[in-house]
Design a protein around this ligand. Structure first.
Ligand SMILES: Cc1cc2nc3c(=O)[nH]c(=O)nc-3n(C[C@H](O)[C@H](O)[C@H](O)COP(=O)(O)OP(=O)(O)OC[C@H]3O[C@@H](n4cnc5c(N)ncnc54)[C@H](O)[C@@H]3O)c2cc1C
Length: 477
């Protein structure tokens, strides 16, 4: 029952699926006496997904279930809806008679458009929409150059980030004492099953994913055992040296403030190096905020009109992990099998698609977007543009990864290659990076005949390198 004078708020959870240090929930609990909570399985997003067995939907579903139980455990609840969020949220807010809807701010162009539509509809009912920063430490125009412009180069951005970060940015946003303001809605609530949403269950455990706030905590605790050597081992895909937290950062099952504080306080070379990756994440959010058109086109206009040959057969060989370059094929088979790909391999695979196969980076970006468990528009787009040399602070176009050098350097024994390309399991280390160089007798002896058991290389790196340089040179100012 609403008491006279009580302020009522509705927290709309999106990519902040946790109670701990949740900015929107914390703000609502601190300023309203009665707080309702909602999550919407948004058909505008779900209907566009390629696969009905999408691990990300399963991850969200499990995380929402855990969140609902956590809120119920505190005397509240989570209303779970399935429909168009832009209509469902204003309708619910009006039905509940709330004064304000509180959300964590989102920087993706489609989300911004949705939120603008929601704001207009809420206004028609006299309801406010309050947006709070939650997914980044610094966002939008909070960090600008001395000239007042957005940063487009990472190193000075990172310097400014480290200089300015302080208690205000990292303080927890939720006081647990306020959780008593959670209330139960007047209607019965229910969590629809995954199949009611039109999706099949996924074996998240098999893909090494632990969903929800608890899954994030366990993943972090595991990583803390190795964070101090992160700088030394992070580039080796055969090792489990990175945090595996990207999917949690994507869906907000852990607080970025908590992670940044932890890395800052640790004061080891490993933690510093890991913190730099969290700063890259903020960097790309602000790039997308200031340059939303980068989601569709090259950040650098000079490279917006490169005449990519886009050979369909070469693109298919990349997608299927059949290029004949073992490190690239292992990477692509990893993403196809698990929805994950090690960061070093993402760089190698992206560079190979663009600069060896001469395929438009946007096709690769879309392929990753469809498959990566941790897909995030700002990070994916920013990193693809980095690899393709079309982005801000990108690799110069003439710096072209040599897939053999990369393979030898980061998977010296071929341990990772053998894990994902079983045809090469018995190939001697000497030939694991370039199996086409094996003499025919050796091919027969190790059961890997090139062109029969494993593809011959679909292109010659040296030739393609020159073609790529010519394409970029032609487009350069
Ligand atoms: C072509 C390409 C596409 C990518 N697409 C995505 C994507 O869609 N989503 C995504 O989260 N990351 C993306 N990355 C960045 C990076 O590969 C992943 O964040 C990382 O592999 C995730 O593993 P981890 O959680 O173990 O990372 P860790 O090494 O433990 O890093 C810690 C966290 O920092 C963030 N992070 C790390 N590296 C980067 C980076 N280069 N840019 C932005 N944030 C970073 C992630 O949130 C990550 O969880 C991409 C990189 C490349 C080269």
């Amino acid at each position: 029952m609403k008491r006279f004078g009580d302020k009522v708020a509705l927290v709309w959870f999106r990519r902040d699926l946790r109670v701990d240090d949740n900015a929107a929930l914390g703000r609502a609990l601190a300023t309203a006496q009665r707080v309702h909570c909602v999550f919407v399985f948004d058909t505008e997003i779900l209907d566009a997904l390629d696969s009905r067995a999408d691990r990300r939907v399963a991850f969200i579903w499990h995380s929402v279930r855990e969140l609902r139980e956590a809120l119920q455990g505190q005397g509240g609840d989570l209303i779970v809806l399935h429909g168009r969020a832009r209509e469902e949220v204003p309708r619910l807010a009006a039905a509940l008679g709330v004064d304000e809807v509180v959300v964590a701010e989102d920087y993706e162009p489609a989300a911004c458009a949705r939120d603008a539509a929601v704001r207009t509809r809420l206004e028609e009912h006299g309801i406010g929409l309050r947006m709070l920063k939650d997914q980044a430490v610094f966002a939008k125009g909070e960090l600008l150059t001395r000239a007042g412009r957005p940063y487009t180069v990472f190193t000075p951005y990172k310097k400014a980030w480290l200089k300015l970060v302080g208690e205000a940015e990292l303080a927890p946003r939720l006081s647990r004492g306020h959780l008593k303001h959670l209330v139960q809605p007047p209607m019965a609530t229910r969590l629809p099953a995954l199949c009611d949403l039109g999706f099949e269950p996924s074996d998240l455990a098999a893909a090494g994913i632990r969903p929800g706030e608890q899954g994030a905590r366990v993943t972090l605790d595991d990583f803390l055992e190795r964070i101090d050597t992160y700088n030394l081992q992070r580039d080796q895909p055969a090792l489990d040296a990175t945090s595996g937290l990207a999917i949690h950062n994507r869906f907000g099952t852990i607080s970025i403030r908590r992670l940044a504080r932890l890395a800052i306080e640790r004061r080891t070379a490993g933690a510093d190096s890991w913190l730099a990756e969290l700063i890259w994440r903020d960097f790309f959010f602000q790039v997308l905020h200031h340059q939303p058109q980068a989601a569709q086109e090259a950040f650098r206009p000079a490279f917006a009109h490169i005449a990519w040959p886009n050979d369909a057969a070469l693109f298919r060989s990349w997608r299927e992990g059949e290029t004949g370059y073992p490190i690239v094929d292992a990477a692509m088979r990893q993403i196809n099998a698990t929805g994950n790909m090690h960061n070093r391999l993402r760089m190698i695979a992206a560079s190979f698609l663009v600069k060896d196969l001469l395929v438009d980076w946007r096709l690769g970006e879309q392929y990753f977007a469809d498959r990566l468990n941790d897909f995030d528009l700002a990070a994916n787009n920013g990193n693809w543009q980095w690899a393709a040399s079309t982005g801000c602070d990108a690799q110069p176009y003439f710096r072209i990864f040599n897939p053999l050098t990369q393979s030898k350097k980061f998977d010296a024994e071929g341990t990772f290659i053998r894990r994902y390309v079983p045809e090469l399991a018995a190939v001697p280390v000497k030939f694991i990076h370039a199996p086409w160089a094996m003499p025919p007798g050796e091919q027969a002896a190790c059961g890997c005949v090139i062109g029969h058991d494993y593809p011959a290389p679909v292109v010659d790196h040296a030739v393609q390198r020159e073609r790529a340089l010519a394409l970029y040179k032609k487009a350069s100012p």
